[in-house]
Ligand binder design. Sequence first.
Ligand code: SF4
Length: 221
Amino acid sequence: MSEQSPEEPFIRASALPMLNKCPCFESGPPGPPAIRGTIQHKRLEAALKTTIFNDVGLWAKEKVAVKWAYDWVIANTSPRRKSEMKLAPIGEDISMMRNMIFDVIDEGDDVVHVIDYKGGLPHGYEPQMAAYAVVGMRHFKKDKAKSTLIYGKTQTEDSCEYTMEEAQAVIQPIIQRVCAEDKKPSVCDFCDWCKKYPCSAHERSIKGDPRIIAKIFGNKK
Ligand code: SF4
């Protein structure tokens, strides 16, 4: 298990989709959707650990979503599945990544299956799932991983299979950009979720018009 000092740069697997768009992205405080997502995750985790589905605190549509996800996991994984399993990043090439918490991970016979629940809609999550695949394969010493996103809201799934090489090809370019000393922010569709918003990239993107800058930055400038 790798030790990580607080001074080292670190990357969360869940931030990889955002870092793929902008290498300077930094997660801001959780908004209402993220808070609702956490409650759904807790209910799913508890149900998988106890086989008792407790929907306390869930809104009506969330109850349906989480129950669907629970049934999906039971139907598509083996009894060896683990939920909310924390695994350290194994290997120097991903030593800058934080420990990963898998919603569900199932060792399987030949292919390790990693599953992530999403309360919202598809949003370019492939890099996150590729990182889970790398760690899942290394932890269970498998050559292949299947990564599945399950979307409770739409009751849909999205699976992808990786070899180690294929998963690394997804995450390593992102890690390299994030660790580059000369990285620059890039306006993207995740800016609203970023702690740094608005940043210097917005100033550049609006070509320095002082009226627009004042409107966006207000007293932050
Ligand atoms: S606000 Fe800036 S740093 Fe954050 S994601 Fe957008 S461009 Fe990148």
